[in-house]
Ligand binder design. Sequence first.
Ligand code: SF4
Length: 334
Amino acid sequence: MAATAVTASGSGVRAERWRNALILVVTRRCDLRCAYCPTVKDGEPDLGADDARRAIALFVERYGGGDAKLFGGEPLLVPEVVKAAVDAAPSEVNVYLSTNGTHLDEHWIAWLHAHPSVTLTLSLDGVARDHDGLRRGSPSHDRVVALLPRLLGLPRFVVTQTIAPSTAARAADNFAYLRSLGVRRFNLLPGYYLPWRPEQLEALNQSFSAIAAAFERAWAAGERLYLRNLFVRAPVAFYNTGFVVDSDRRIYANNLILAGNLDHLRERFALGTLDAPPAAEALVAAGQEAGGFLHDTLGEHVMQSTAAADAALTRLCNRLYPAYFARRERLAEA
Ligand code: SF4
């Protein structure tokens, strides 16, 4: 699963927690080619197990620790690197492992049960027509859905539902479909840095409104339903800011650099390497500036589209906070 964030970046968003993040791009390789994926995948090295251990140690000792996110490409293509990172992470570091599900098997499920602190984030966008349609000739829906009963039994399991411009009108139906399969923990991710048309943005807004209503009804009825977006925010829409270690061992303040249309900026924005890492202050400062160069590179239309999609996600979160906090208070009183 690509290193996509699940953020609402609007300044009005209240986040319950805001933790440092390590984004460990263990490999850029992937056997899928999702229509919305910007990550450059071919001709790149993988991280090694020692690199993963080094990154975790740096994250804790130099950058203060927090959440460690194992991204790709598809991380399960380098199992020894994933396992080295998890084994090296101290208990106070929350580890999130993203996957497209194509390499999940009984071995991995048993391993996840044996590592209950790891949160597995699975990419599943909805019904087969939409999920596989976005994967351009590499269908994975049936395989992933067949594994769901086992995955739903994992201690920590979240589904990322990516919403592309072409599927925005069906996003609420796809959300309902995923709930019908038993999914209760969601990330919602509008396709980012893509040219959304006005009618597609309108469809996204309507779908988010329907999804918000579904959350409100579920919470009012006492149902357990979780939306990770409520607890995550970032200064640059839809990307992860923090201690980013790319698969070639270079260090950045933001994983924007994975995107093919920003590839030429790697040299300019690299802050160091695992052998020569930047000071914590330099990393924080660069993270705050990360979005500044996007406009010139991506153009007005894409930036406006992204801002509008991000605003839709932020509105969804802001609508849900009152119901979320009311439900939390009811649970505390019970
Ligand atoms: S699963 Fe899709 S989104 Fe993730 S890295 Fe592969 S092509 Fe990109």
